[in-house]
Design a protein around this ligand. Structure first.
Ligand code: ASP
Length: 579
């Protein structure tokens, strides 16, 4: 047999101890530097880069050699004169004695190096070239490592990985579903799962104790840099658990992943109710790396009869640590910047609480409550307090914008990204009234269990009901969410009715699920984490596309295969889609 030997070593493994060895290497040409008498080549494969030296004669024999050509070489390992200690193979080079071109390449559209000149469009169009670059390749390796850790951890803890179907019917997760026409069943359609929600619940009804799946989900939404229409979830469900069981278990799970994969020891996860999060941060996805939160001051001023402040609907304050030394000019400059943002704030007052516990404030003339105020704020000497007067209650998101603006103006943004601050948001409302459709909509999804103490509101005041739900937020990014599920048939029916579904619609859309309630549904609950987002937060990056082998662009297109695409007429006919 005369089989080709492509390599004795890979391009990332030769070092000083291999000097003098005869080796065979195969790989792509990353760089060529022709110095006349010799030519240097950087040969790249999955494992690394090895420097080759070609004699003038050998180069002459292969004059066409260019970037991304694939070559196989034989040669002897020698010590490098000018060493590169940044790479493992940087102390050696290979003197090539034989060279064979295995394949040719045209000039690549962008630099296939760690620092590339390629823009996002060409990198997506030629994704296979982008994957040759270390940053993308390393992200895929990291993704593999995380997936492995997830599988190991969950398996060790009694979770069974079970696949659920992809061609299903629409299940309500709050987004639009992608549909797939059926050829055999004329005019009928499958939907792609927004998540395996009902299937994982049916697995619990089926007696499975703990389930997980690393699973593709599909949501027909506008894509963004942190959202893809096709994404991967770590989907989990457990039987006989309460909220605390789930939060504790998955806090350990997330901590384990961060520790194993990045050696990061996460601090204990804070828990904040949805309503507190809205009050303190104006959002249910707050980034708490910077400890700036609002304090409602209406009561404070009301009780003290402070004449005009008490009249306003909303008066909010924030206390900024260690900023009492700011000059009045600096404070006024910050106030001007904030005012330009049209956040519907009438006036901004401030108070400096100096380290020696004295005060200086912009509101001396009409208020003599400084001492009380700093107590109410629980402010520390050295803090700078702002009071925002005239924010309208219904504009909660403005509060979030205001908070971000303060963080920006005070240059606190630099402090972000250095620490990871995980946070559970709990007790979301069960339903919210949607003015446009004049119907209730679930805050999470319609299978979320109400909080026991609020169930009595369910029939007549459903908007007052909080749910047994939770989201995990890390540095302002929603990483996961879930709930304890309804296992009571009447509650499930009532919620579906609140969503505007008739008994007939409930039967036709969810009959299979509601019927299962006749056969003993165990109390159960679960959670799903976004794998793409989890990896990007682990790496401190915002663009999840960098961690997906073949991502879609921000308008949901795959630029490499040019999807989505038209269907030919005969195909449309076959699917009965042509009228
Ligand atoms: N199915 C939910 C989602 O995809 C997660 C859950 O409730 O477990 O957001």
């Amino acid at each position: 047999m005369n089989e080709i030997i492509y390599r004795t070593h890979n391009c990332g493994e030769l070092c000083k101890k291999d000097i003098g060895k005869n080796v065979v290497l195969s790989g792509w040409i990353q760089k060529l530097r022709n110095l006349g008498s010799i030519t240097f080549i950087d040969l790249r494969d999955y494992f690394g880069i090895t420097q080759l030296i070609l004699s003038k004669k050998l180069k002459k024999k292969n004059p066409e050699l260019g970037k991304e050509f694939i070559i196989k070489i034989s040669g002897i390992v020698g010590e490098r004169v000018s060493k590169n200690y940044k790479i493992y193979t940087g102390e050696i080079e290979v003197f090539v004695s034989q060279l064979e071109i295995l394949n040719y390449s045209t000039k690549p559209p962008f630099l296939i190096e760690d620092q590339t000149d390629g823009d996002e469009v060409s990198r997506m169009k030629y994704r296979y070239l982008d994957i040759r670059r270390n940053p993308i390749k390393n992200n895929l390796k990291l993704r593999h490592k995380i997936s492995l850790e997830i599988r190991n951890f969950l398996s060790k803890n009694g979770f069974l990985e079970i696949e659920t179907p992809i061609l299903i019917n629409h299940t309500p997760e709050g987004a639009r579903s992608f549909v797939v026409p059926s050829r055999i069943h004329s005019r009928k359609f499958y939907s792609l799962p927004q998540s395996p929600q009902l299937f994982k619940q049916l697995l619990m009804i089926g007696g499975i104790d703990r389930y997980f799946q690393i699973v593709k989900c599909f949501r027909d939404e506008d894509a963004r840099s942190d959202r893809q229409i096709e994404f991967t979830q770590i989907d989990c469900e457990m039987v006989f658990v309460n909220v605390n069981d789930i939060l504790s278990f998955f806090e350990n799970f997330i901590k384990h992943i961060f520790k194993e994969v990045k050696n990061i020891q996460l601090e204990p996860f804070k828990r904040i109710s949805y309503s507190d999060a809205i009050k303190m941060y104006g959002t249910d996805t707050p980034d708490i790396q910077i400890d700036i939160k609002f304090l409602e001051l209406k009561d404070f001023f009301f009780k003290r009869n402070s004449f005009f402040l008490k009249k306003k609907e909303f008066t909010m304050g924030v206390s900024i640590p260690n900023r009492s030394h700011y000059t009045c000019e600096k404070i006024n400059f910050i106030i001007e910047q904030i005012k330009q943002k049209e956040l519907e704030i009438e006036t901004i007052f401030w108070l400096k609480y100096f380290p020696d516990k004295t005060f200086f404030s912009s509101m001396n003339s009409f208020m003599n409550n400084e001492e009380d105020l700093v107590k109410y704020f629980k402010a520390n000497p050295g803090d700078l307090l702002f009071i925002f007067y005239g924010i309208k209650t219904e504009k909660k998101h403005k509060l979030n914008q205001l908070r971000l603006e303060i963080i920006h103006c005070l240059n606190l943004i630099e402090k972000r990204k250095k620490t990871l601050k995980p946070l559970w948001i709990i007790d979301f409302p069960l339903l919210e009234w949607n003015e446009n459709i004049q119907k209730y909509k679930p805050f999470h999804h319609p299978f979320t269990n109400p909080k026991k103490e609020d169930v009595h509101f369910l029939e007549h005041f459903p908007e007052n009901v909080r749910s047994q739900s939770y989201d995990l937020i890390i540095n302002g990014v929603e990483i996961g969410g879930g709930s304890i599920r309804i296992h009571n048939k009447n509650i499930q029916n009532l919620i579906l009715k609140h969503l505007g579904l008739s008994t007939k619609e409930i039967q036709s859309q969810f009959g299979f699920f509601i019927n299962a309630f006749e056969y003993g549904v165990p109390p159960h609950g679960g959670i799903a984490f976004g794998l793409d987002r989890l990896i990007s937060i682990l790496e401190g990056k915002e663009n999840i596309k960098e961690f997906i082998a073949f991502p879609k662009n921000n308008s949901g297109k795959d630029l490499m295969i040019n999807a989505p695409y038209f269907l030919e007429k005969n195909k449309l006919k076959e699917l009965n889609l042509l009228l």
